[in-house]
Design a protein around this ligand. Structure first.
Ligand code: ADP
Length: 459
């Protein structure tokens, strides 16, 4: 974690240095391209003004006048025809200037030293206090020819501004670094907390403490993390419950089978008792077999989505056949069935969807009342097909309704307790419908009846 912190600080400071250098290069280029000619022109005009003034005022004391000009912020070099040199104002750091340049200016040319000052990557030239970096103009005074070289005295003119900008820059850099150091701590802190939470989660402790009050991405991440932790906890609970349910559901038929085989072994039983026991044992074996089949199906539905073998088939025909298979069971319970099953072609896995209809129909029979009724229908909508199972059975309340798709959940009331079942049927139904991209809705009223609607997309 510390390394992320250090990286963050180093990268930020790196970015600051890089931007500093880069901005300098850009402004330097801007100075060279745009400001330098302008600066040169400005100073040329000043120098020409000075020369003009001295020529039109022959009575003027030239040295005094130039002394005055220099004191308001210029460095001046003057040379006369005879080669006599004089300086006014602050001295130049470098006094080299070729004789030919001096000669040319004496002969009437203008010297653009500022414009032609050599370019360098990291030097603007603006601050170079050199004789080469001046403007030279010819000057005539009292019939004498001179060459006047002049540049603004940067130190005199801008010293305070220099200091001001220096402080501004230094303080900006120092404050930025200090603030980066602290703000990074503030940014990294929730990540450290998330790491601790992840560790705690991997140790099996789902009660993690995270700051979800933040309104940024990290707050969102913490939020998702908490949701994930809750989900994992629920899944862990479900897993434990699942194992305990399976163990119980396998154990109880096994002990029944063992009990009745023991009884069969005793010699003092009548033939009727014997056949009773054998039918009980058979019933228990059937229960175990149903349970394992359902578990295997659920496991394969969980494992991969490739389990569905889609093809187009007539769902109306399939359901009519199913109804025919259960006719005797319904007759036994005096249940009447009505259906509207038009020939509708859908695309899906016929065998898996048959399991769905089978479960819903057997539930409608199992949880129905004597003399009850069942209505089944298929309805074609624009984008989906609705398959409805409506019964006049025991129904259920809202709380029970919410849990019926949970694995092993069975409504435990006096009316349902006597009904055989594993509590896996509807979880299988839900899984198959989901794999087909469909939805399942339930509507139920206690003691009135239940309606299941399966909505399958047409595609
Ligand atoms: P089971 O093997 O117990 O039938 P299911 O997963 O198919 O398991 O159903 C879960 C529970 O939902 C059932 O135990 C029952 O209490 C309730 N249930 C399912 N279908 C109906 C229905 N048509 N009417 C009333 N209750 C139902």
């Amino acid at each position: 974690m510390k390394s992320l912190y250090v990286k963050f600080v180093v990268i930020t400071v790196g970015i600051m240095i890089f931007s500093g250098v880069f901005s300098f290069l850009i402004s330097n280029t801007y100075y060279q391209q745009k400001l330098k000619p302008y600066n040169d022109q400005k100073n040329t005009n000043i120098a020409l003004d000075v020369a003009e003034f001295t020529s039109s005022h022959p009575d003027l004391n030239l040295k005094e006048y130039l002394e005055n000009i220099s004191s308001i912020g210029y460095q001046i070099f003057l040379i006369d025809d005879a080669g006599k040199e004089s300086y006014f104002g602050a001295p130049f750091r470098e006094n080299t200037l070729s004789d030919s340049t001096k000669e040319q200016v004496l002969n009437g040319d203008i010297f653009h030293g500022i414009l032609n000052f050599p370019k360098e990557t990291f030097v603007t030239g603006f601050f170079a206090n050199e004789l080469k970096n001046t403007i030279g103009v010819p000057l005539t005074h009292n019939g004498e020819k001179y060459a006047l070289f002049l540049r603004p005295d940067i130190k005199l003119l801008f010293n305070e501004m220099h200091i001001l900008f220096g402080w501004l820059l230094a303080l900006t850099i120092i404050l930025s670094i200090v603030m980066v150091i602290f703000s990074t701590k503030y940014l990294i802190h929730p990540i450290s907390k998330l790491t601790a939470a992840t560790k705690s989660l991997s140790d099996g402790n789902f009660n993690v403490d995270l700051d979800i009050a933040r309104h940024d991405e990290l707050g969102e991440l913490s939020h998702s993390f908490l949701r994930m932790a809750n989900k994992l906890e629920r899944m862990d609970d479900m897993r434990k419950e699942f194992i305990s349910n399976i163990s119980h559901d396998i154990q109880s038929p096994l002990s029944n089978i063992k009990g009745y085989t023991n009884l069969l072994e005793s010699e003092a039983i009548s033939p009727e008792e014997k056949s009773d026991y054998i039918s009980i044992i058979n019933g228990e074996i059937k229960r175990l077999s149903t349970l394992t089949k359902q578990l295997l199906l659920l496991a394969s539905l969980d494992r991969d989505e490739d389990i569905i073998k889609r093809k187009s088939f007539n769902v109306g025909k399939q359901m009519k056949e199913l109804v025919r298979n259960y006719q005797w069971q319904m007759r036994e319970k005096d249940i009447t069935i009505g259906f509207s099953l038009p020939d509708v072609e859908i695309t899906g896995d016929p065998s898996l969807l048959n399991t769905v209809w089978d479960n819903l129909l057997t539930n409608a029979i199992k949880y129905n009342k004597t003399n009850g009724s069942i209505e089944i229908s298929i309805e074609e909508k624009e984008k989906s097909v609705l398959v409805t199972f409506e019964d006049t059975g025991v129904g259920m309340n809202d709380k029970e309704k919410e849990r019926i798709f949970d694995r092993f959940y069975r409504v435990d009331t006096a009316r349902t307790r006597s009904v055989e079942g594993t509590g896996l049927g509807l979880s299988i139904v839900a899984a198959i419908v989901k794999l087909h991209g469909g939805l399942i809705h339930v509507n139920s009223m206690e003691n009135e009846g239940t309606t299941f609607v399966v909505e399958l997309p047409v595609s």
